[in-house]
Design a protein around this ligand. Structure first.
Ligand code: NOJ
Length: 770
């Protein structure tokens, strides 16, 4: 305390603290008592367990289809009966889960309940936008709500553990899994991580509608070289701490119950067997108390990483701090032998077993192993009209208006529309990557959504216009599961002519194009991040008609849209929007909702600019913003600027920003500063704006990023309305990791920047001394 407050303020603060601390102390005492009860219970149970049963708890298996690898576990039923399995994933539904839980409860010697997990990533049955889209809402309430609904639906179908949130920072749009995270910014990613964990776990994981979160992929998975899936990651400690680790830490602070280790190496050692990562950092420095599960066969994959045979890598992983082995059964098959040979200790096995049992305890599974198995909830809580309504609302908040020349949007609810493109009359691709239990047949296509919203006032002239792609080898890869991409047998020319005919008859063209479901997500890296050629050819031909061309863009990553930005009248980015896709798209296209989403990952002009992110370093020869010049850090053939910067997104209305007003310009020590701007709605529509605060630290002991996001506020304004938006800034916002990895701030000049996106800000300078 003393460190942060002057004496005068302490006097005022003490009585306040007393009031606040009392209930806090009570909570602390309750937690301690609860922990003590848990220890007594787990000690008692463990005293009865054999080594085999303890190792069994560390074994997580999948039943049914291979989820994200070629391995599927065999002999699961026998192993459950023997107590050789601690958890199961890949099934859901009360009947199915009950059958499997029965195997453990009725047949295993100690009747230890199984934990049931699943990849519930952006919704369970009601599917929300992919996480990159959700993050574009800049609305933590909505993000949390999406996780709450997912938890409610998942528990209604027997689950108690979700493999989410993915909090990997990603700055390379070639990487297909950029779709599963919240973009490039560590501070923003930390807010989302916290909201998701809170949404899933609620106030108590014992609650009937709460699940345990599994934060992944620990760590740095988003830093894969060249954006190539599963590739090597190699980065400095400073970059790790400053830019990549904060969201994982935020998830620990939010109380996440479990973590998943990543496939990649960290500082040369695979994350799954990296003791520095799983023990020194995660547990000792950050205080994580839950358990760590490996990613799918990641223990076995340490063999291919070159760390030794299965027995060696399994022992390495356990000793590093890995508690549960997903699918590969390295723990199950080798740990006992390693124990006998002195390669692992009984304490190491016990510690991992204890952590898994504690998780089950915290979930209330020992109180009631059938806790999530209430058949009635399957009908009352899953894919309900209410959940769909919430999803529609969340979804429309995730859309980003990238371009809108001559106020092409919103469209009128009269006249005629040429609705074209392979994603226009399409249900399957509405859901995006990772929809295990979501059924695409339940999703609303854009065509259906438009009909729902406009009734019969508008004539729709539909034509598919193009296939997703005409590249047969690409199609083969996209169709890793049958029917992912269906190709129209008509020749490309014929499809295109139909689209041109539709355009001729219509006032405006709405082209629904972009990436299909399997173009992003795991194992879906792309070296070319354009809209595929077949669709682009269609867009080019449509642009030549001279009719207003609106692009409704589906994408699991930032795409290169330089041509589209130049030639389309409007571009609405809808990501992969989920079950309510079409309804939400129509709400926005026809102005029932004014879009306010902002991108959380930079859109490059060209794939050659990657990695590109707003919070880069200045370099010794910075680009001057005026175009390439000799002996500067730039390219010969392209500007350094992105097409759309981090935080960018338009509205149907316009917003004017006043100058930044500061409560003081010179500060000392732990004072606080208030920075205020006046934002005015200068257009014709009511709208929401995300007001963003960035800070630059131009002189420090290390080279700092040119700016860093530190806060934001989302406000609503009626036409002509003005609001003052204020941010409180304390030394906390000035801190960074120095070369000794000490997290602190250094005195000097700081530039406060407030604006509508990371490139368009108003600035004011302050001096802050220690
Ligand atoms: C591999 C993926 O990397 C991970 O995100 C997922 O949770 C597991 N497979 C389980 O399906």
């Amino acid at each position: 305390m003393k460190k942060y407050f002057s004496n005068r303020i302490i006097i005022k603060v003490i009585p306040l603290c007393a009031v606040v601390l009392l209930p806090f102390n009570k909570v602390l005492a309750q937690t301690k008592a609860e922990d003590a009860k848990m220890s007594v219970f787990v000690n008692g149970l463990m005293s009865k367990m054999t080594v085999d049963e303890k190792i069994g708890q560390l074994n997580l298996v999948t039943i049914g289809a291979a989820t994200t690898g070629s391995v599927v576990n065999k002999g699961v039923e026998d192993n459950i009966k023997k107590g050789a399995i601690g958890g199961v994933f890949g099934i859901w539904g009360v009947d199915q889960v009950k059958q499997v839980q029965d195997l453990a409860m009725k047949n295993s010697r100690l009747h230890i309940p199984l934990i049931f997990g699943l990849d519930v990533i952006h919704g369970h049955r009601t599917i929300f936008p992919i996480p990159l889209g959700l993050s574009a809402t800049w609305d933590m309430g909505l993000i949390k709500q999406s996780a709450q609904i997912a938890a409610k639906e998942a528990t209604a179908e027997g689950l108690n553990w979700v493999f989410s949130p993915m909090v990997d920072i990603a700055r390379d749009a070639r990487w297909g899994r950029i779709s599963e995270g919240s973009g490039e910014d560590p501070w923003y990613g930390s807010q989302v991580a916290k909201a998701m964990v809170q949404g899933y776990q609620g106030s108590n994981m014992k609650n009937a509608d709460a699940v345990m979160a599994c934060v992944k992929h620990f760590a740095l998975y988003g830093g894969a070289e060249a954006g190539r899936e599963y590739n090597t990651v190699d980065m400095s400690r400073i970059r790790m701490y400053q830019d990549y680790l904060p969201p994982y830490k935020a998830a620990v602070d939010a109380g996440a119950g479990s973590f998943m280790s990543s496939f990649n190496t960290v500082d040369g050692v695979p994350a799954t067997g990296n003791r520095w990562l799983l023990t020194d950092l995660l547990r000792n420095q950050w205080g994580f108390k839950g358990f760590v599960v490996s990613d799918y066969t990641a223990v076995n994959e340490m063999e291919a990483h070159g760390l030794g045979d299965l027995q060696t890598v399994s022992a390495l992983a356990l000793k590093a701090g890995l508690d549960m082995d997903m699918v590969g059964e390295g723990f199950l098959l080798t740990l006992k032998k390693s124990l006998a040979q002195g390669k692992v200790t009984q304490q190491q096995i016990d510690l991992a077993c204890r952590r898994v049992l504690e998780a089950k305890y915290k979930l209330g599974l020992f109180d009631n192993p059938y806790k999530s198995l209430n058949a009635a909830r399957e009908t009352t809580d899953v894919l309900t009209a209410e959940n769909r309504t919430e999803a529609r609302n969340i979804t429309k908040h995730s859309f980003v208006l990238l371009k809108n020349s001559a106020q092409t949007l919103p469209l009128k609810k009269t006249g005629s529309i040429a609705l074209v493109g392979p994603l226009a009359d399409n249900q399957r691709d509405m859901l995006g990557t990772w929809v295990i239990a979501g059924e695409w047949q339940k999703s609303i296509s854009v065509m259906q959504g438009i009909k729902n919203v406009i009734g019969s006032g508008v004539t729709i002239n539909y034509a598919k216009g193009a296939n997703i792609t005409e590249d047969s080898s690409f199609i083969k890869r996209l169709n890793f599961a049958p029917g992912m991409v269906s190709i129209d047998p008509k020749p490309a020319d014929e499809l295109l002519n139909e689209a041109l005919e539709a355009a001729k008859k219509s006032d405006v063209i709405v082209a629904v194009v972009g990436e299909s479901q399997s173009m992003s997500g795991e194992s879906s890296s792309r070296s070319d991040i354009d809209i595929p050629e077949s669709q682009k050819n269609m867009l080019k031909a449509l642009a030549k008609t001279g009719k207003p061309l609106v692009i409704v863009l589906f994408n699991g990553r930032p795409l290169t849209l330089t041509w589209e930005d130049k030639h389309a009248s409007a571009i609405l980015d809808v990501w992969a929007p989920g079950t309510e896709a079409g309804n939400a798209v129509a709400d926005v296209l026809f102005g029932d909702y004014n879009p306010a989403g902002k991108i959380t990952a930079t859109f490059p002009r060209s794939v050659g600019q990657i990695p590109i992110y707003y919070n880069h370093k200045n370099t010794g020869r910075p680009y001057d913003g005026k175009g390439p010049s000799k002996f500067k850090s730039n390219y010969l053939d392209i500007s350094n600027d992105p097409l759309y910067p981090f935080g960018y997104g338009l509205s149907y209305t316009t917003f004017g920003y006043g100058d930044v007003k500061l409560s003081k310009t010179s500060l000392k020590g732990n004072e606080a500063l208030t920075a205020t701007v006046t934002v005015t709605n200068t257009g014709k529509y009511a709208g929401e704006e995300v007001v963003q605060l960035y800070i630059s630290d131009p002189v420090a002991s290390i080279s700092r990023s040119v700016k860093e996001l530190k806060n934001f506020k989302k406000i609503s304004l009626q036409p002509g309305e003005q609001k003052e938006v204020s941010f409180t800034i304390t030394p906390e916002e000035l801190k960074f990791y120095n070369s000794q990895l000490k997290y602190d701030w250094e005195p000097g000049k700081f530039i406060i920047q407030i604006g509508t996106n990371s490139s368009d800000t108003h600035t004011a300078t302050i001096q802050w001394d220690k």
